[in-house]
Design a protein around this ligand. Structure first.
Ligand code: PEP
Length: 256
């Protein structure tokens, strides 16, 4: 890292874990963060948010809590959905907006993602805007176009220069496949994204944290965190192993 942006190491648990496991993983993350100069966050399933909030608070509150998704409407007849205000009320600081599985499994559009971001901001949450290209889009040479379209849609939800934001570059083909992007591929994508943010707000571009996500593990995280434009990692599968996740929470700060 050559910048002053504090790396954020985030674990997306997706639809995994029992209630007891979730409490244990949260406690382990809090312990791992002790003595680390990184930031850390966990994104449990909604059902375990209150449990995890309690565990994190009693461990000192250093590990942030996040929701995996929020609805683009504030409330109402949206069976199965969770509002941003609900996430805020149970202690979330972050919410993922437009995670690849929300886009490609649940069919969320850029407009839906922008709506979720608007709700997140209105509720006082920091949206983590997730963007990424499919393998077909990459092979067709459309990666930059796809990423910038998704970034533009998300940036359109911001109300002003003070709105908080994190961006995660997660190539769809790298998520859950064991085939991570190379640090060079991540560097190129992150540079495009930061430059796009700079077109409308140069100060935001300097401070916004852009995470890499996609098959990150303790063996490859160092290669990503060494890239100047990579400010942390969004981790799925490897975050379900508290030992591995703990190593990654500590990794960036030690450079080990
Ligand atoms: C994710 O879910 O955001 C993710 C990056 O998953 P994985 O680390 O398993 O590829």
């Amino acid at each position: 890292m050559t910048t002053t942006r504090t790396p954020l190491i985030a674990g997306n648990w997706k639809m995994n874990g029992t209630r007891e496991e979730a409490r244990g993983w949260a406690a382990a993350a809090a312990e791992a963060l002790t003595g680390s100069t990184n930031d850390a966050a966990v994104f449990p399933p909604d059902a375990w948010l209150c449990d995890v909030a309690e565990v994190l608070a009693s461990a000192g509150g250093a590990v942030a809590l996040g929701g995996q998704s929020c609805c683009w409407e504030p409330k109402g007849a949206f069976t199965g959905a969770t509002s941003a205000a609900m996430l805020a009320e149970v202690g979330c600081r972050y919410v993922l907006c437009g995670h690849s599985e929300r886009r490609h499994v649940f069919g969320e559009s850029d407009a839906d993602v922008a709506g979720s971001m608007a709700q997140a901001l209105a509720a006082g949450l920091t949206p983590v805007l997730c963007v990424g290209e499919t393998i077909e889009e990459r092979e067709a040479g459309r990666t930059q176009e796809v990423l910038l379209t998704q970034v533009d849609a998300g940036l359109g939800a911001l109300r002003g220069a003070d709105d908080p934001l994190v961006i995660a570059y997660e190539p769809v083909w790298a998520i859950g496949t064991g085939k991570a992007a190379t640090p060079t591929e991540a560097a190129e994508a992150h540079a495009w994204i930061r430059a796009r943010v700079a077109e409308t707000d140069a100060e935001r571009a300097e401070r916004v944290r852009i995470l890499y996500g996609g098959s990150v593990n303790p063996d490859n995280i160092g290669g990503f965190l060494d890239v100047p434009d990579v400010d942390g990692a969004l981790i799925g599968g490897a975050a379900l192993d508290p030992v591995k996740f703990g190593l990654m929470i500590r990794h960036a700060s030690t450079g080990a």
